[in-house]
Design a protein. Structure first.
Lengths: 409, 203
């Protein structure tokens, strides 16, 4: 989610309203139409059939299909984990962790990542055409939940002929999906790595999301969600939503270290409302870059899915019960990681999950990584974090009988 | 096989193969690693220090960062065959409560404790009039994490009061040799530490 800050940062731009929508371009990667014969029932009760899931795979599936790792992306992530992004041209979002010789070693594991249901990078979402009307769904798209996203991923995994995933890995909203996988399909997941996440979205986090959504809906170009039909784009609103959210991904210390009170290309303040400070310029850049690749309605839907996430509520109010399928301790091996300066998904949230897993005597590892980089740390160069993930996967591979390398490095 | 501390070796001998083990204060995971390879146990650990936890998890051990005094209460009764506490009881704020929790969540508990009744300790206190500093307990009084020292006799008395049965005893000397298989006044004088296999009254 972070962008390099050294590059000159353009001011907030508003491209022509008739510019191409983010995914009118031909996307690399794979795509499959799921739930064609039998529609999938969403948590809201709405049934959705024949939806599209865009995904990407890296590495090779072994003969007994036991080396598959599902990666779940975060709120504004996508399935381009370790390749140049087709819209931004930037490197894949998790190249620090995933790739040949990396902790999630694509020489050894078959890595799958799909764009979430409701997303805007190839999977069916609110910007797509509703076959019933011939017009973009907009707000008539059904509200989806984390559970629905994972249900769709399960269909994808079945489509790929994989009965049991070796591991599910993800951070932030991706971590929520990991937890959902482990709880909904304990027999289909050998190991789970929820990173910098929570078993429920906190009131403070819902509040931040609401600020973002209100910013989008207050943009006159949003047009009640019908902006695609009306040829407008709520870019100012979406950019403000991104700016507010971006602050929550960092930490006070990280912001201070990066920017302090430094001025942007000037020697003194201008006594106006231009971006005097570097931190302002940086946020404007983040907002402007985001609207190039993300759909505003998708942002509404996906933030909503996170807000609704509450594993304990789904398990009768006690989180531990979520990890006791059929009265038995979950067979899934867990490794949780949190980051000391993450105030969006603080360590206490991970610890609550650990306590619930202990209450059923589940197999769990938990590490808090010392860092001042805030929530974004899970995407950044954190060697200790990477060692932990590597060690955990090695240990699991041994138990799963995957210890032989596919080819020597 | 990795070489492990003398008291850890004795602890490992008390553990049946293929059992479920929780190592409380597992440090860098040496005992867990040893047990999982030598006895094929399903091992878990709790460790306070982040460095220890990172080392453990990076070596494929299932270890959580946590504090025994607050985190043991989460586990259900009888969750493990053995709950192990090596050389850490004396550093607990509430050692009695920790012992109680260990005997609740483990069918057996294994505890090793340094003996404050060891003759060198007694002699140092008597001759110098100062708090003893020994090879194994090398802290000055103002820096020691060991806030609840006991003698082996004190420990045995506590288990009696709590209705805990001592099923096995190993008293070891400074060289790590087993000097006795039972507690006695002499063992309390000659033993530098004791290793005990315990069974709670519910077990």
């Amino acid at each position: 989610m972070s962008a390099p800050t050294s590059a000159p940062q353009p001011p907030l731009v508003t491209p022509a309203p008739d510019g191409p929508a983010p995914n009118d371009q031909v996307m690399p990667g794979k795509c499959v139409r799921l739930a064609v014969d039998r529609p999938m029932r969403l948590d809201s009760g709405v049934e959705i059939g024949g939806f599209q899931i865009a995904y990407q795979t890296y590495g090779t599936l072994n003969a007994d299909k036991s080396n598959a790792i599902m990666i779940c992306h975060a709120l504004t992530g996508d399935h381009f984990v370790v390749e140049k992004h087709p819209v931004t041209g930037k490197p894949g979002w998790w190249e620090m962790l995933v790739g040949p010789g990396k902790p999630v070693d694509t020489d050894r594991y078959f890595v799958i990542c799909s764009n979430v249901l409701g997303g805007c990078l190839g999977s069916t979402g609110p910007k797509d055409i509703d076959p019933a009307t011939g017009q973009p769904y907009g707000l008539s798209f059904p509200v989806v939940t984390i559970g629905d996203m994972v249900r769709a991923q399960k269909l994808l995994v079945e489509h790929l002929g994989i009965e049991k995933l070796f591991c599910v890995v993800g951070g932030s909203m991706g971590g929520m999906q990991v937890l959902q996988w482990a709880v909904a399909y304990p027999e289909s997941v050998f190991a789970a790595v929820p990173i910098a996440t929570a078993a429920r979205h906190s009131a403070q986090n819902i509040a931040f999301h609401e600020v973002g959504r209100q910013a989008i809906m207050a943009d006159p170009n949003w047009r009640g969600g019908n902006y695609l039909l009306e040829g407008t784009k709520p870019e100012a609103g979406l950019a403000v939503a991104r700016m507010a959210a971006h602050i929550t991904y960092l930490s006070e210390a990280a912001l201070h270290r990066k920017f302090g009170r430094n001025l942007q290309d000037r020697k003194a303040v201008t006594y106006g409302f231009d971006a005097d400070f570097q931190v302002e310029s940086y946020l404007r850049y983040q907002g402007a870059a985001f609207v190039e690749r993300f759909d505003a309605n998708s942002y509404l839907y996906i933030t909503r899915a996170m807000d609704y996430f509450d594993l304990a509520a789904d398990a009768g109010g006690t989180l531990a019960n979520a990890f006791r399928p059929g009265g038995k301790t979950t067979p899934v091996r867990f490794c949780l990681a949190s980051f000391s300066s993450d105030w969006l998904f603080p360590t206490s949230e991970s610890r609550a999950i650990v306590h619930a897993l202990n209450a059923v005597a589940a197999n769990v590892s938990f590490v808090e990584i010392e860092t001042d980089k805030g929530h974004d740390a899970f995407l950044l160069d954190e060697p200790e974090f990477h060692q932990v993930i590597h060690g955990f996967l090695e240990g699991c591979a041994e138990h799963r009988g995957l210890s032989v390398r596919r080819r020597a490095r | 096989m990795v070489d492990i501390r003398d008291d850890l070796k004795l602890i490992a001998e008390m553990v049946e193969p293929n059992s479920r083990v929780l190592d409380v204060g597992c440090g860098d995971g040496a005992l867990l690693d040893y047990l999982s390879h030598a006895k094929n146990v399903d091992g878990r650990g709790i460790e306070l220090s982040m460095d220890g936890v990172r080392q453990c998890v990076a070596h494929g051990l299932s270890v959580i960062q946590g504090d025994a005094e607050t985190d043991l209460k989460d586990y259900p009764a009888g969750a493990f065959d053995y709950v192990i506490l090596g050389q850490t009881l004396q550093a607990m704020r509430q050692p009695r409560d920790v012992l109680q929790m260990m005997c609740r969540i483990g069918r057996r508990a294994i505890v090793s404790v340094p003996n404050f009744g060891y003759w060198r300790v007694r002699l140092q206190l008597m001759l110098t009039g100062r708090m003893p500093v020994t090879e194994k307990l090398g802290y000055q009084w103002w820096e020691t994490p060991n806030i609840h020292f006991c003698t082996l006799r004190d420990f045995v008395v506590l288990t009696e009061e709590m209705g805990i049965t001592i099923e096995q005893t190993r008293i070891i000397d400074r060289a790590g040799r087993v000097t006795s298989h039972a507690h006695s006044g002499l063992a309390n004088l000659l033993g530098e530490q004791g290793v005990f296999l315990l069974r709670g009254n519910g077990g």
